[in-house]
Structure formats: structure tokens, C-alpha cells
Design a protein around this ligand. Structure first.
Ligand code: HEM
Length: 525
């Protein structure tokens, strides 16, 4: 018995040793962190990082932020590897614009990892190669001026409805306890109505969509607890464990909600109630997705692809935008002089205090700079992950100069992560990187191409203009009438407050911690 046990332990130790050794080989022996759980492993995401001993070190899901706060990658170059011996894949992390461009610019060499497919199914954001071209071909025609006009109209309508329902027009000052709850409610409402023609009134956004959970709540659980969904085997859903039941309920509610919406849309298409080229642009994202199933042909979607693409549009289309809005409004609340510049721009473009028109949106240059700067400091998506399609050479850059120091050969299948947080905070690309300076985007000496808030290359964000229209409208309407402030203790500088409160986490849904802001009417009632 003891012999059998010893043999099992020895076998396990050997298998872990082999895993570790082959991991080192996979990453071309790039120096870095050696640990128990991988930096993007599901177990690592579930457990905390407090196992702080060398052997059992868990970099955790907040790895890129923790590395930044600990002073960035060690060594002379902008590359490290994280090689686990217990669970998770070996991964190479890069933190320079030059290396990021070698990766994101070449989809034939570095394509998406397929891991996310297990969560939602095959969709445009998660498939590779030819299937990706088919998915993108179906969804891209929807992203047109017609859609952006609709986004503008819905943003204006929803903003007015919010002010009305909340009774803000009758108040001189309003406190919002958690600003991200509010931005998420707004962005979810816009994506639901513009992409899916699903309207939930501001007063009733907690309406249940299926077996007992509101849509926003389902999405929140599905994002926050994605690692649970990935590690728990299907049979475990029958166990009476609350956390597992919660994830199961969220996902099953979402799937059944989407199936119902797809069935309804199919009926409408069959009865020709909706055309793909509706003059308002309404429904086009959803319509294109469902039509690709109904019409068949070369670019057909199967049933699962319809659901998976519906899913990804809902996810990608609201949480990212909410995070960016949340970061920007908090920073403007903190930095008075930057908020004043935005207000002056609003007064110049809307001199009579009128509402902005769709045509005005491009003129809000200052707002756009603030959005970009907030997304540089606090990117909604902190890591862009890829996988080597074949053995490939990567030119490694020196941290201080950006010159190529040497190259590494990475084996087919190697996972690589462009560390957006590290690149956006790299002082070589953005001097004084921790400062909130929207004016830096006028400075031609910065590496503007190091900005990867919406990704780069062929897989860059398809919804960039969608979200910019929405965020610009929201900000112009809000700051036209209200001054935004945070409760900053006397004696604490904006920078100190920012470092103390605006801590981000990757796995946490809303990032930046729960931040409260106060709105004060610009014109006394
Ligand atoms: C501030 C808001 C947004 C941010 C920060 C953002 C960020 C990103 C980033 C970084 C990528 C590239 C991911 C990669 O290279 O691995 C991406 C891709 C994508 N985004 Fe966005 N996004 C935003 C808004 C939206 C919206 C509103 C939609 C849809 C309505 C959307 C749909 C997508 C899709 C479908 C992809 C995958 C594109 C492809 O692989 O072909 N995004 N987004």
C-alpha cells in the first residue's frame, strides 16, 4: 500500500517536472517567473495570491497590475515568461509597442487562443483563420453610419429618460454611490436596444429575463465567475454548492433568453417584418447574425454560432464601454482643470446649451482625448492573448532604448500576451506614464501607436466607433449640466487619491473599486 502511494507520488512529481521542463522549452527559455499556477490559469484565478512562497507562488488573475505596481518586468528587456509546474500553460508576456506590433499585426503567425470558445461557443471574437473571416463577414456590414446614428439617438433618449426617472431635474445635487453600477446600466441598455432591439426601461432594468434573474445580473455573474464555469465539470452542477448553482443559473438564464430572442427574430424575418437594410439601421447586428442562419449559403451560421455571436456582442458591447466611461468620469471628477477644459469645449460647440447632434460628435476633440487618456491609464481589456500558429521568431527589445537586443524562437502553440497595462504605462512610449494628461495626445513625440485600448491589427475592435459615439454623447450631456466631484479628504492630492482608490482588478467586473461621485448642477435652480 505504502509502495503504491510512494510510486503515485513519484509519478506525480515526475509528471510535474516534465511539465515544467517542457514549459521552459516552449517559451524559448525566456527568463521570468516560475510558479505553481499559471498567470492565466483557471485555478489561479479562483485562488488568491496569498500563497507567497516560491514553490507555491500564484501570480493570480490580477498579474499585470501587480507587476506594474511592483515596478514592471525585471531585467533589461520588455519580455518575461511565466512557467507553472502545477497547473496552467506557460505564457510569454511582452510590454513594448515594438513587440506588440510584431504580434497583433500578423494574424497568420499569431492568432487568437481558442480557450474562450468553451465559455460562449464559436464567435467572431474567439475563432481563428477562415472561420473568423466568415464570422467577421457576417457581422461587419452592421457597423455602419446607420448604426452609429442609432447609437447616438438611443444614447440621447436613454440619458433623458435616466434624468427623468431619477428625478435629477428637480435636484441641485445628486450622489451616486457606485458610479460603475450606473455606467453599466447605461451601456447595457444601449447595446441591448441598438444591437438587439431589446428595450428595458430605466425604471425597470431589474426586470427578469427568464428563470429568475435580471439580464444585467446574469451578465455580471457570467463575467465575474467565468473561471468557475471553466473549471467545474458538468456533473458538479447537480451538487448543492451555492457558488456553482449561481453560475449555472446565470448561464442557463442567458442561454434561454437568447434562444427566445433568436426564435422571435427568426419569425420576424420569416414574416418580413424586419429587413436587413432597415432605414433606421435598427436591429442590424442581430438581424445579420440570425439571417446568416436563416439564409444559409457560404457564410451560414449554425444554431450555436448564432447564440455565441449574440452572446459576445452583448458582452463585448457593454462592459468594456462601461469600464472606460467609469475611469474617465472618475478622472475628470478628480482633475478639476481637465473637467473645465471639457466644459469649455461643450460650451463652444453647444453655445446656446442645446443638445448635441450626431454631426457634433466628431467635434468633441477634448472629450475624445480624455476617453483615450483614461483608457490608456485603465484599459478595459488589459491583456491581448495570442497563440503561435507555427514556430516563429520574435525580436526582443531593450527596455530603455527600444532597440532589438536579440531574438527568441517560440514553438508552434506558444501562448503570448501583449500586456496592455505594461505597454500603456511604459515611460518610453508615454513619459510620466502615471499622470492623467489628455493633452499628451497633441504631443507628436509620444508613441501614439502604442495605444492598444481597442486592440490593433486585423482583430482590432469592431465596435470602436459604436462605443465612442455612446461615450461622447453621455459625457457631453452630463458635463453640460453637471459638475462631477469625488469626496477627496482634505490634504490628499488627486494623485494620492487616485493611487489609493483607483486600484484595478482584471477578474473583478467593474475594475477601479466602488467609487462614489457627487453631481452638482452647474446652473442653480
Ligand atoms: C470602450 C469600449 C470597447 C473597448 C475598450 C473594446 C476593446 C476591444 C479590444 C481590445 C478588442 C481586441 C481584442 C483582441 O485583439 O484580442 C476588441 C475586439 C472586439 N470588440 Fe471591442 N471594445 C469596446 C467596445 C465594443 C463594442 C461596443 C462592441 C460591439 C457592439 C465590440 C465588439 C467587439 C468584437 C466583436 C471584437 C472582436 C473582433 C474580431 O476579433 O474580429 N467592442 N474590443
Amino acid at each position: 500500500m505504502l509502495d503504491a502511494l510512494l510510486a503515485a507520488v513519484a509519478l506525480f512529481a515526475l509528471s510535474r517536472l516534465y511539465k515544467f521542463w517542457s514549459g521552459l522549452k516552449t517559451v524559448g527559455y525566456t527568463p521570468g517567473i516560475r510558479c505553481a499556477l499559471g498567470a492565466r490559469s483557471n485555478l489561479g484565478a479562483l485562488f488568491g495570491t496569498n500563497l507567497d512562497s516560491t514553490l507555491f507562488y500564484n501570480p493570480g488573475s490580477n498579474f499585470v497590475w501587480s507587476v506594474l505596481r511592483a515596478g514592471g518586468f525585471k531585467g533589461d528587456t520588455d519580455i518575461i515568461s511565466v512557467v507553472p509546474w502545477l497547473q496552467g500553460d506557460p505564457i510569454v508576456f511582452v510590454s513594448s509597442m515594438e513587440m506588440m506590433q510584431q504580434i497583433l499585426g500578423y494574424a497568420d503567425t499569431w492568432d487568437k487562443e481558442l480557450a474562450g470558445i468553451r465559455l460562449f461557443g464559436a464567435n467572431v471574437a474567439m475563432v481563428q483563420k477562415e472561420p473568423w473571416k466568415r464570422h467577421r463577414r457576417v457581422v461587419s456590414p452592421a457597423f455602419s453610419k446607420k448604426l452609429y446614428t442609432l447609437v447616438y439617438e438611443e444614447s440621447m433618449r436613454t440619458f433623458r429618460e435616466m434624468v427623468d426617472v431619477e428625478g435629477w431635474d428637480k435636484k441641485q445635487s445628486v450622489t451616486i454611490p457606485v458610479i460603475s453600477d450606473w455606467t453599466t446600466k447605461f451601456t447595457l441598455s444601449i447595446i441591448a436596444s441598438c444591437a438587439f432591439d431589446f428595450h428595458s426601461p430605466w425604471s425597470d432594468s431589474n426586470a427578469k429575463v427568464g428563470q429568475g434573474l435580471p439580464l444585467g445580473k446574469c451578465l455580471k455573474v457570467a463575467i465575474e465567475d467565468a473561471p468557475v464555469r471553466l473549471v467545474v465539470p458538468e456533473w458538479a452542477y447537480f451538487l448543492p454548492i451555492k457558488a456553482i448553482k449561481r453560475v449555472d443559473l446565470a448561464f442557463s438564464t442567458l442561454f434561454s433568453f437568447m434562444r427566445t430572442q433568436v426564435a422571435l427574430r427568426r419569425e420576424k424575418i420569416a414574416s418580413e417584418d424586419v429587413t436587413g437594410d432597415n432605414t433606421q439601421g435598427r436591429n442590424t447586428i442581430f438581424n445579420n447574425i440570425v439571417r446568416a442562419n436563416v439564409d444559409g449559403g457560404k457564410f451560414a451560421f449554425d444554431e450555436d454560432e448564432v447564440i455565441a455571436n449574440t452572446f459576445i456582442m452583448l458582452f463585448a458591447g457593454h462592459e468594456t464601454t462601461s469600464r472606460a466611461l467609469n475611469a474617465m468620469l472618475t478622472l475628470l471628477a478628480l482633475y478639476d482643470e481637465e473637467q473645465d477644459k471639457v466644459y469649455q469645449e461643450i460650451q463652444r460647440i453647444l453655445p446656446d446649451g442645446r443638445d448635441p447632434t450626431f454631426e457634433d460628435l466628431e467635434s468633441f476633440i477634448q472629450i475624445r482625448k480624455c476617453i483615450q487618456e483614461a483608457m490608456r491609464l485603465y484599459p478595459s481589456i488589459t491583456m491581448l492573448a495570442r497563440e503561435a500558429m507555427h514556430d516563429t521568431q520574435l525580436n526582443v527589445t531593450n527596455k530603455a532604448t527600444g532597440d532589438v537586443t536579440h531574438s527568441v524562437v517560440l514553438k508552434q502553440g506558444t501562448r503570448i500576451v501583449c500586456n496592455v497595462v505594461g505597454i500603456h504605462h511604459n515611460p518610453r512610449h508615454f513619459p510620466d506614464p502615471e499622470a492623467f494628461k489628455p493633452s499628451r495626445w497633441d504631443d507628436e513625440s509620444i508613441d501614439a501607436d502604442a495605444f492598444a485600448g481597442f486592440g490593433q491589427g486585423p482583430r482590432a475592435c469592431i465596435g470602436r466607433k459604436f462605443s465612442l459615439a455612446e461615450m461622447t454623447c453621455f459625457t457631453a450631456m452630463l458635463l453640460r449640466d453637471w459638475r462631477v466631484e469625488v469626496d477627496r479628504p482634505e490634504g490628499e492630492s488627486p494623485q494620492e487619491w487616485q493611487r489609493r482608490v483607483m486600484t484595478d482588478t482584471i477578474s473583478g467586473l467593474r475594475g477601479l473599486g466602488p467609487i462614489s461621485v457627487r453631481l452638482t448642477k452647474r446652473k442653480p435652480m
